[in-house]
Write a protein that binds this ligand. Structure first.
Ligand SMILES: Nc1ncnc2c1ncn2[C@@H]1O[C@H](COP(=O)(O)OP(=O)(O)O)[C@@H](O)[C@H]1O
Ligand SMILES: [Mg+2]
Length: 245
C-alpha cells in the first residue's frame, strides 16, 4: 500500500470555534474512504482543508509528500465534486469538460474535445454533449461535474455530499458512476449520508464527531455491530438498512 494523503494532528478553528481538533488521518492510493457524521461535525471542513481551500492553525497535511498550503499547492492533484454542480450554464456539456482542458492544461481544442467526449462516455452522457446544462436532470449535471473533475486526471477525487440534492433514482445513477471509478482504482473521499449506496465499494468508513475521528474501519466493522454508541445512534438516524438484509 502506498500512502497518498497524510493528515497529521491538524486543528482548524473559525474564530473561537474549534471545528477540527488534533485530527490525524492517512489515506493510501486506491482507497475509497467514506466520511460520515452528523451535520456540523466538520466533514466539509476536513475535505476542504485537504483540498487546500481552508488554512489550518495547527498540524500538517501532505499529498504525495508535498505539503498542502493552499489550492495552488494541490493544483491538478484533487478533483472536487460538490452538492451543487457549479457547471457553466452558457457552455454546452462538452465545453464544460473541454474548456478547462484548453485553458488549464493548454490542450488544443480538437484534443480537448476528443478527451471530453471520452470522459462523457465514461459517465454515460456522450449523447448529451451538445446540450446545455439547463436541459439536464440533476443526476446528469452531477455526472458532467464528475467528468469535468476527472478531466484534470486528479490523484484524488473528493465528493462532498454529491447526491444530497437529488431524488433517490438520480442519486443512484451518480453512485453507479462513483462505483465505476472505485473499480478502476481511483482514490476517493466521499462525504455522504447515503450509506446503502457506498457499502458495496467503500474500503473504509471514517466517523467524525466534534472535529475528531470517533471510529473508523471497514464496512462490516462500522455498519455491522460496532460497540461505539454514538456511531450506532448516528446510523439509526440516517438512511441505512442493516447489512444482513
Ligand atoms: N467559513 C466558516 N466560518 C465559520 N464557521 C464555519 C465556516 N465553515 C464551517 N463552519 C462551522 O464549522 C462547523 C463544521 O462545519 P462543516 O465542516 O461544514 O460540517 P459538516 O460538513 O460536517 O456538516 C460548523 O459548526 C460550521 O458552522
Ligand atoms: Mg458538509
Amino acid at each position: 500500500m502506498v500512502q497518498l494523503i497524510n493528515v497529521e494532528n491538524i486543528s482548524k478553528t473559525f474564530g473561537d470555534k474549534v471545528v477540527l481538533n488534533d485530527l490525524s488521518l492517512t489515506i493510501d492510493k486506491k482507497e475509497v474512504v467514506t466520511l460520515i457524521g452528523s451535520s456540523g461535525c466538520g466533514k466539509s471542513t476536513l475535505v476542504r482543508c485537504i483540498a487546500g481551500l481552508e488554512s489550518i492553525q495547527k498540524g500538517k497535511i501532505t499529498i504525495d509528500n508535498t505539503e498542502v498550503k493552499n489550492v495552488k499547492s494541490v493544483a491538478g492533484k484533487i478533483g472536487m465534486v460538490f452538492q451543487n454542480f457549479n457547471l457553466f450554464p452558457h457552455y454546452t456539456v462538452l465545453d464544460n469538460v473541454s474548456k478547462p482542458l484548453q485553458t488549464i492544461k493548454k490542450m488544443k481544442k480538437s484534443e480537448a474535445d476528443e478527451l471530453g467526449r471520452e470522459l462523457l462516455k465514461k459517465v454515460h452522457l456522450e449523447d448529451q454533449a451538445s446540450q446545455y446544462p439547463s436541459t439536464l436532470s440533476g443526476g446528469q449535471k452531477q455526472r458532467v461535474a464528475i467528468a469535468r473533475a476527472l478531466a484534470m486526471n486528479p490523484e484524488i477525487m473528493i465528493f462532498d455530499e454529491p447526491t444530497s440534492s437529488l431524488d433517490p433514482e438520480l442519486a443512484h445513477e451518480v453512485f453507479e458512476t462513483i462505483r465505476d471509478l472505485a473499480e478502476e482504482g481511483q482514490t476517493m473521499i466521499i462525504v455522504t449520508h447515503q450509506i446503502n449506496a457506498i457499502k458495496n465499494f467503500a474500503t473504509r468508513v471514517v466517523f467524525l464527531s466534534h472535529g475528531k475521528i470517533a471510529a473508523q474501519g471497514d464496512v462490516e466493522t462500522m455498519f455491522g455491530k460496532s460497540d461505539n454508541e454514538e456511531l450506532n445512534k448516528f446510523l439509526k438516524m440516517v438512511d441505512f438498512d442493516d447489512l444482513k438484509e
